[in-house]
Design a protein around this ligand. Structure first.
Ligand SMILES: [Zn+2]
Length: 290
């Protein structure tokens, strides 16, 4: 049987813009003061498969896609800050990386703050779940907006460049990952495993791997918003649940993450919008092209 998480990969966390919401939205019982929700992106260097992104964060395409009514409501409700130096292409360029060097973009889910930069990578392949992709597309213009999905953010040839996680073989996870038992082998060498994290959206794709300097890492997208939520078993507000695809699935996924986080063998769990995680891990540079 293939051993999971070999080979280890290089990994950096990037912040590509942020928005603000009251703390109590992300953590039940929290204050009403606005806190930052950074849009975090994973940059991975695999020894054979090269450079890989997990999500893209915000981009200027978000502004273009929210110019007209009703899509402008998205930008009004969620004001976004994206200084030029935080744009993803600028951050990659500062590391000597061109857009065409990114071979694969793994998509956690299709909310705009995770896919806004996809059109900047015209030669990359994409990996996403088929279930997530097909459900996003069906809802009509207002329905798509209610689901925080902006179709204009997808490249026109997206469907010819995407591979679906469900089509890859399942690989057992180490026992230290219980209650999570298996993941989809996204690259065929068990180095990157995709885990289904339903609830926030229908079929969100988490990512598990071994980063040399951090040990085992679990990128969980929006399955929880703040790592404090897992440490203290504090879920998002009831208002936030109205935005989730399935409350029961969200609670089940969140509960499993709380259990994993409490284990002595827990991997480093990284939510996509956690300021505390960004404070601890942001700014390190392990992926660099001369
Ligand atoms: Zn989301």
């Amino acid at each position: 049987m293939t051993a999971p998480f070999l080979p280890p990969v290089k990994f950096d966390l990037l912040k590509v813009g942020h928005c603000q919401h009251p703390e109590c939205i992300a953590l039940r019982g929290g204050g009403r003061r606005a806190i930052d929700f950074p849009a975090l992106v994973g940059l991975i260097e695999h020894p054979r498969h090269g450079l890989i992104l997990y999500d893209t964060g915000y981009s200027r395409h978000f502004n273009e896609a929210t110019r007209r009514f009703p899509e402008c409501l998205y930008r009004i409700i969620t004001p976004v800050s994206l200084p030029p130096e935080e744009e993803l292409l600028a951050q990659l360029e500062a590391r000597g990386i061109r857009a065409d060097d990114i071979g694969i973009v793994i998509i956690s889910h299709f909310h705009a703050d995770h896919i806004a930069g996809l059109r900047d990578f015209p030669r990359s392949r994409f990996i996403a779940t088929r279930k997530e992709r097909s459900l996003r597309e069906k809802a009509g213009r207002l329905g798509r907006l209610q689901r925080a999905y902006l179709r204009d953010l997808l490249p026109a040839d997206f469907d010819s460049r995407v591979c679906h996680a469900e089509d890859q073989p399942a690989v057992p996870l180490p026992t230290g990952w219980r209650p999570f038992e298996s993941g989809r082998d996204l690259l065929g060498d068990a180095s990157l495993l995709g885990l289904d994290l339903p609830g926030h959206t229908a079929s969100q794709l988490g990512l598990a791997f071994h980063a040399g300097h951090l040990g085992e890492v679990f990128l969980v997208g929006d399955a929880c918003w703040k790592i404090e939520g897992l440490d203290q078993d504090r879920r998002p507000s009831r208002i936030a649940y109205r935005l989730f695809d399935d409350s029961t699935d969200y609670d089940d996924t969140f509960g499993r993450l709380v259990q994993l986080q409490a284990a002595a063998t827990a991997p480093r769990i990284i939510p996509s919008h956690c300021a505390q995680t960004w404070d601890q891990l942001g700014g390190t540079t392990h992926v660099l092209r001369e």
